[in-house]
Design a protein around this ligand. Sequence first.
Ligand code: NAP
Length: 246
Amino acid sequence: MITLKDKNIVVTGASRGIGAGIARALASCGARVALTYSSSQNAAEEVMASLAGSGHLLLKMDVADATSVNEGFARAFETFGTIEGLVNNAGITRDQLLMRMKDEDFDAVLNTNLRGAYFCSKAVARAMLKARRGSIVNISSVVGQMGNGGQSNYAASKAGLEGFTRSVAQELASRGVRVNALAPGFISTDMTDALDEKQKAAIQERIPMLRLGQVEEIAHAAAFLLSDMSLYITGQVLQVNGGLYM
Ligand code: NAP
């Protein structure tokens, strides 16, 4: 059984969807969790109230803003003392074909999905190196590997995140700090609810398992990568996609 007892773990973007599912799974495995949200305060409070165990922390944090990230992590360190795990989950889409893409939509996606992970990783890395333990899990996407028409900004952010993962993994490995990516396929959340029925049916047909994934199926994989059951795994991209990309 996976246990995360004695681990303090920050999950960004935990007010909804995959982040909320990860926060719940980690708390069920015994972790103390710091959940972050950027605008959905009520939803984040509900997730917080649903967590197993006690001592969890709720933080308002815009991952695309370095000052907000540093303030949030200062509070997490103040409350928890140590941070053993980080899940860079916060992410957005602003889908559009290249020829119609607005520059601000390209930048917003890169700033949240890639620079956000950079700011948060930097905020915990020093303490993890000092403690000689830690696990960072970056939530990528199958789209980072396959590409997807209409998502050039999103695919670039996720492909970038995977390169970032491998590079930082090399920098931190000798001190026992691991960095991995987890690449979900299409998962039922608000993000995929934004697709119309025709788009959803077309996606489902292409998935060998013939269904979208559930948030819990991503959360269990994240719990594994954050646990001591994966101590010799670093710099990897774990695909959880129902066989959509092999
Ligand atoms: P979601 O339901 O739309 O939730 C996104 C989360 O990110 C929310 O908690 C949101 O918080 C937070 N967030 C957005 N912008 C933020 C910012 N600037 N600072 C801090 N938090 C921010 O998305 P999801 O489907 O759960 O996706 C979660 C992650 O999985 C993303 O990285 C996404 O790219 C990845 N992913 C999803 C799928 C899928 O099929 N759903 C597939 C592959 C990968 P607020 O509500 O407070 O703004």
